[in-house]
Design a protein around this ligand. Structure first.
Ligand code: ZN
Length: 187
């Protein structure tokens, strides 16, 4: 099992748009395997490649450990693209392995339809609802350089500001390997 250090809010790669995958070679397969290991070790249910320092457009998801979701198989989404979103929205408390210990309500469409490539780069269309839609949208945002804390109310943003600074300065206890302190500057 290989655990990769998880990038944290403040790390530049989390603000970069992911690059399209045009070839799935051994290195890509290794990255996907390591992403699953890293996600599961951190008790996560979704992980985007930039959360382990890669700019590739890849997401892994595994919600099968969640109650009532046991039937969902783990998913690897390469080059995902959301092609439609439901008008119905839901509010759900989200967290993120790159923003540990912070949770906040986020409103998102309840269902989505997306296309993605599998590891043979075959295009697949997937309709996702409820928790799966939630996780996929959260991870999809990562690939666009968006974090869930960008989507919360201004009041909540103020509330979590200090905690985010602590994360950026690596001043909290981490339950899994994370990247080293970046040259954090107060700004
Ligand atoms: Zn996240």
């Amino acid at each position: 099992m290989t655990l990769l250090p998880i990038t944290l809010i403040g790390d530049k790669i989390l603000r970069k748009k992911a690059t399209r995958v045009t070839e799935v070679d051994m290195k890509t397969i290794e990255l996907i395997k390591n992403m699953f290991d890293t996600m599961r070790n951190a008790s996560g249910i979704g992980l985007a490649a930039n959360q382990v320092g890669s700019d590739k457009s890849i997401i892994v998801v595994d919600i099968s450990g969640v109650e009532d979701c046991e039937e969902f198989k783990p998913l690897v989404l390469i080059n995902p693209k959301i092609i439609s979103r439901s008008e119905d929205v839901s509010v759900f408390e989200e967290g993120c392995l790159s923003i540990p210990d912070i949770r906040a309500d986020v409103e998102r469409p309840e269902s989505i339809t997306l296309t993605y490539n599998d590891t043979d780069l075959k295009e697949i269309t997937l309709k996702a609802d409820d928790l799966l839609a939630r996780v996929v949208q959260h991870e999809y945002d990562h690939l666009q350089g968006i974090l869930f804390t960008d989507l919360i109310s201004d009041d909540l943003k103020k509330k979590v500001k200090k905690d985010i600074i602590k994360i950026k300065m690596r001043k909290i206890e981490f339950q899994y390997p994370v990247t080293e302190d970046v040259d954090y500057q107060m700004q």
